[in-house]
Design a binder for this molecule. Structure first.
Ligand SMILES: Nc1ncnc2c1ncn2[C@@H]1O[C@H](COP(=O)(O)OP(=O)(O)OP(=O)(O)O)[C@@H](O)[C@H]1O
Ligand SMILES: [Mg+2]
Length: 335
């Protein structure tokens, strides 16, 4: 029997929760979004009305779940968490909605994975604070009109494009999270190090921050591994040498590119810089199309390593440089 404590996923979640900021003041980065939310929350509080529905979108690990928690804490209301795939039937949704209190937050993670029928029920719940549930079927079918408390739906998605237009239009507030700058990640890493009780030199925090793919989740993971290296190989302090050694062990290169990034760039180089279609890329690098498009590519596009054209992905000059530097570093450095 595996105890929960030894389940890697549970341990990872516990680690993330420990480092998760609870209030805006502990949440560096995403300045525009944070300031917008502060104002919307303050205005809703003053009017004594529930906050408008919010949609958070963007690549994994940038803080969507964290912000949902912060919004509830700043409003001082209860938050109920569920996810798109967990709400299979309208009855699941009805049960949840009727258990909410006035002004509460309903956080729906992976909101793009709601079934069509559940999504349609949500429309009237979001707009009219009511749902009509059909009881029984056939000749004796009757519909019950249920009013529900005025709640705030907070949806999170890595795939905003999959939401239907009518659904998206029902979120009064829609914010797309972007990758973080190295100095913001450095602040995040310093805070995490303080929580974990590990000593961190400036050179160490900057090196980890610089190579974290603009992503707090990755920065925190690097920190956890650097702590191990510091404890075993150094005097417990994460300095630049410990950071560099940790990143070498993790297969992260000078630019913060990981194994899968290098495979993608290498595949494009093998095709003379492309264009290469998504299907071909997925088969060649051994990853699903979905993960490629929503987890790996956004960073490479944003940093200018690759370009997206109607015919497929192409290698940009920065991408060619990375491939060539990888070759110069010797066999095995690229893939
Ligand atoms: N601005 C931030 N400041 C400090 N820590 C952050 C920040 N953003 C994210 N984190 C940390 O990064 C980790 C991942 O964040 P979170 O779970 O909110 O990401 P997400 O966008 O919901 O990802 P996913 O799409 O995978 O659900 C958490 O441990 C969180 O505490
Ligand atoms: Mg999340």
């Amino acid at each position: 029997m595996t105890s929960d404590a030894f389940n890697p996923q549970t341990a990872e979640r516990a680690f993330e929760n420990r480092l998760r900021p609870k209030r805006f003041e502990d949440f560096p980065g995403q300045d525009r979004i944070r300031e917008n939310l502060r104002i919307y929350i303050e205005a809703a509080k003053r009017r004594g009305e529930p906050l408008d529905h919010i949609l958070f979108s963007g690549p994994p690990g940038l803080g969507k779940t964290t912000l949902a928690g912060i919004v509830a804490a700043e409003l001082g209301v209860e938050s109920h968490t569920t996810s798109g795939p967990a709400l299979e039937r309208p009855a699941d949704l009805a049960g949840l909605l009727t258990s909410l209190g006035e002004g509460h937050i309903l956080f729906v993670d992976e909101v793009h994975r709601l079934s069509n029928v559940v999504e349609e029920y949500l429309y009237s719940a979001m707009e009219d604070w009511a749902i009509d549930i059909v009881m029984d079927s056939g000749l004796y079918a009757k519909s019950i009109h249920l009013t529900i408390p005025r709640f705030t739906l907070v949806g999170a998605t890595t795939r905003e494009g999959l939401l239907t237009a009518p659904f998206r239009a029902r979120f009064g507030i829609s914010e797309r999270l972007d990758y973080y700058a190295p100095n913001e990640l450095q602040t995040i890493i310093r805070r995490s190090a303080a929580i974990l009780g590990v000593e961190l030199a400036d050179g160490g925090s900057l090196e980890l921050a610089r190579r974290s793919r603009g992503t707090p989740r990755i920065a925190n993971r690097f920190l956890a591994r650097a702590r191990d290296v510091a404890e075993v190989k150094a005097a417990g302090v994460i300095d630049i040498d410990v950071a560099v050694e940790t990143l070498r062990m993790l297969g992260v290169d000078e630019n913060g590119l990981a194994e899968m990034d290098r495979r993608i760039l290498h595949t494009l180089a093998q095709h003379d810089g492309g264009p290469v279609g998504l299907k071909t890329m997925a088969v060649t690098v051994g990853e699903t199309e979905d993960t490629l498009e929503n987890v790996h590519e956004p960073f490479l596009l944003r940093e200018g390593y690759i370009l997206k054209t109607p015919a497929g992905r192409k290698l940009a000059p920065l991408g060619w440089n990375a491939v060539q530097n990888g070759r110069a570093a010797g066999p095995g450095a690229l893939c």
